[in-house]
Design a protein around this ligand. Sequence first.
Ligand code: ATP
Ligand code: HSE
Length: 296
Amino acid sequence: MRLVRDQVRVRVPATSANLGPGFDTLGLALGVWDEISVRAVAGETTVTVTGEGAGELPDGEGHLVVRAVRAGLEHAGAPQAGLDLICHNVIPHGRGMGSSAAAVVAGLIAARGLVSEPEALDDDAVLTLATQLEGHPDNAAPALLGGATAAWVDALGPHAAAVPLHDDFAPTVLVPEHQLLTHTARAVLPREVPHSDAAFNVARTALLILALGGQTDLLMAATEDQLHQHYRADAMRETAEVVRALREAGWPAVISGAGPSVLVLDDLDAPTTGALTGHGWRVVRPGVPRAGAHLY
Ligand SMILES: Nc1ncnc2c1ncn2[C@@H]1O[C@H](COP(=O)(O)OP(=O)(O)OP(=O)(O)O)[C@@H](O)[C@H]1O
Ligand SMILES: N[C@@H](CCO)C(=O)O
């Protein structure tokens, strides 16, 4: 295996995971894109970041995209090189919009673009490597494939399948100013849950597949959850309060990923978004790209 191109550019979408009951399983691509350029060079690795994370992220081998490119090259059996990485970041960090999965998937797709036999980094391989770096596949799957996905892990590794979305589906994301790292939001979850709570979520997740496909009258019941959101409420009180108020008003609102953004599985109306904007929430209507990360 060798490097056949010395420069590639990758676009990768934001994602929202869980969608309420589908903890560590369901995910949705969002039309907010990071763009990276990777050049193989003879010298040391350098990283230039504009937008989100500029001046804060590591500027060398510790950068998450660099780590992902390296994992991809290693998996493909390709030689490592110095990397000149340029990142134009739009996806907010630590908000539950899949920034870390986007960084990892972008790096792996870049590695695919650099090597002589890209099939060594097919979608299965990229999802496996991304899940190793992320710890769970639910953001990586839609970042890679686009649309909505169900991801699961078995003895062979992670897998993902597309979840059909009805044509009018238009989510709204409410983004607060502050960050909450996924690591922190996972630390508050119990190691075990009651069987009745697991059964509760199995039913809601099944309903959610129907609701996303077009049975929208099921959306409210389909977005109930007992596995993670109430455990996380103390770590993101404003988020929990917005989710509660929106649901009381009939909107199918959930915590986006590990929070603290809120995902509404509907096109939130102008009076409601106006009120939220006045309280410091940024309103994003991203649309759902039907394709995921790609070279461009
Ligand atoms: N584009 C990026 N380049 C480099 N590192 C990144 C990038 N995006 C995210 N990261 C790293 O990942 C961290 C955020 O990841 P984290 O998993 O906590 O949140 P998230 O991925 O934004 O949200 P969620 O997983 O809930 O959707 C950042 O603080 C940073 O260290
Ligand atoms: N399923 C993950 C998504 C965030 O990365 C969680 O809720 O912790």
